[in-house]
Design a protein around this ligand. Structure first.
Ligand SMILES: Cc1cc2nc3c(=O)[nH]c(=O)nc-3n(C[C@H](O)[C@H](O)[C@H](O)COP(=O)(O)OP(=O)(O)OC[C@H]3O[C@@H](n4cnc5c(N)ncnc54)[C@H](O)[C@@H]3O)c2cc1C
Length: 374
């Protein structure tokens, strides 16, 4: 039975584990954190990702708890319409909606689709980059001395590197220049008990605010602002938000009024730049944010992680679940060919979108262009 070791139990790692397990591989996932994801922050899953989740057998479970998103708009702070997102066009071809799901719900659905014992929490993978590229991994779980999993062969057929945007294994395998890069923007977000009816994103100089209708009459909201790395508001994030977005169109004021400090999560935004020259190093293969961490401006990072998982599984296994003829090298080269260009294009687009949304100069020309394009 072919064997895969996966580093990281985020969306990319667990989705890949499901794909390979269903294909008959022996899979172990090593996750540094002590327990599964519990954050209620929302993720937008695009139709291509829902289709990929269907291929992992998890699509219906996701549909059951996710909120479909209809008609979206981009507006100026005074509420003037700049652009309308044609959701009908997005759904027409794949026949599904963009759906909003709590991160912890997605993590739960993916985690419970795996046999018990697949994911080892509080577990770190050791080994030099050369070892990992040769498929040799030593692991340390719950602080025990590093060692090889009992009964496991000396070498894994594939080591899947799924340790996120700050991937230490990416830099070890490909070089220090591929560290995550701070974008100069910080994101604040959460969920609040206010009913809204429209998906909207509002662009102002150096900042933006978005709302999306969410579960049980609540609203998922997010804001982004230009800020130095690591900055936190001395007087509290709620006061900062109320100051920055004062006077912006409805329902932004209502959302801000209902916020408490506990409702606000803040993350600085990073992406992977420069683009990687390859997603493969020997038997090691990068998936998800480890390969193509991108800003959330298109809402595609987690979606692409799931598509990576399905594509990698398909490249590695034939219909019977056997390692494809031609072996691991050829399969990983094919994965690299299929996934690197499209995901790197999205990285570039997402970053560009973030810059345009936060523009401080030429906003009149930008807004006019958007209105004409609409
Ligand atoms: C504000 C914001 C909003 C977003 N909104 C969306 C959205 O609407 N739609 C969308 O598709 N995407 C969205 N994204 C992107 C999405 O969150 C990421 O693309 C996705 O989480 C990537 O999954 P991953 O598994 O590659 O990485 P992660 O989720 O980061 O998982 C990596 C895992 O690896 C573990 N790990 C790290 N190092 C090690 C190690 N050495 N050993 C073992 N384990 C390790 C970590 O603990 C973690 O569990 C958003 C991101 C942000 C910041």
């Amino acid at each position: 039975m072919p064997r895969a070791v996966i580093i990281g139990a985020g969306i990319a790692g667990t989705a890949t584990a499901i794909g390979l397990t269903r294909a008959g591989w022996h899979v172990t996932v090593h996750e540094r954190a002590t327990h599964p994801e519990t954050s209620g922050a929302a993720l937008g899953m695009w139709p291509t990702a829902i289709t990929a989740l269907d291929q992992l057998g998890a699509g219906d479970a996701v549909r059951a708890v996710a909120t479909p998103q209809h008609a979206g708009t981009v507006r100026r702070p005074d509420g003037t319409l700049l652009a309308r997102l044609d959701t009908e066009r997005i759904t027409r071809h794949p026949g599904d909606h963009v759906r909003l799901i709590a991160r912890r719900d997605l993590a739960h659905i993916l985690g419970t689709a795996l046999p018990a014992e697949t994911i080892h929490h509080h577990s770190a993978v050791h080994g030099s980059a050369d070892d990992i590229a040769r498929g040799r991994v030593d692991t340390e779980t719950d602080g025990a001395a590093p060692g090889r999993e009992a009964g496991s062969p000396a070498l894994a057929d594939v080591v899947v590197v799924a340790d996120g945007v700050f991937s230490a294994h990416r830099t070890a395998l490909l070089g220090e220049r591929y560290r995550a890069r701070y974008t100069g923007q910080s994101a604040l977000r959460g969920r609040v008990a206010v009913v809204t009816h429209e998906v909207s994103e509002t662009w102002g100089p150096g900042r933006r605010f978005g709302v999306t209708p969410y579960l049980d009459g609540t609203t998922n909201w997010y804001a982004s602002l230009d800020a130095p790395r690591g900055q936190r508001a001395a007087g509290g994030e709620v006061a900062l938000l109320r100051g920055l977005f004062a006077g912006w169109h409805a329902p932004i004021g209502q959302v801000l009024e209902a916020l408490t400090e506990d409702d606000v999560m803040r993350h600085d935004l990073y992406d992977v730049h420069p683009h990687l020259p390859t997603y493969v190093a020997g038997r090691a293969v990068l998936v998800g944010d480890a390969a193509h961490g991108m800003t959330p401006d298109l809402g595609r990072g987690a979606c692409e992680a799931v598509v990576d998982a399905v594509t990698l599984t398909r490249c590695l296994t034939d219909a019977e679940g056997h390692l494809r003829a031609g072996g691991v090298d050829r399969a990983l080269a094919r994965y690299d060919r299929l996934r690197r260009r499209p995901t790197q294009r999205l990285q570039t687009l997402a970053r560009g979108m973030g810059r345009v949304a936060h523009a401080r100069r030429f906003t009149g020309a930008r807004d006019l262009l958007l209105r004409v394009a609409r």
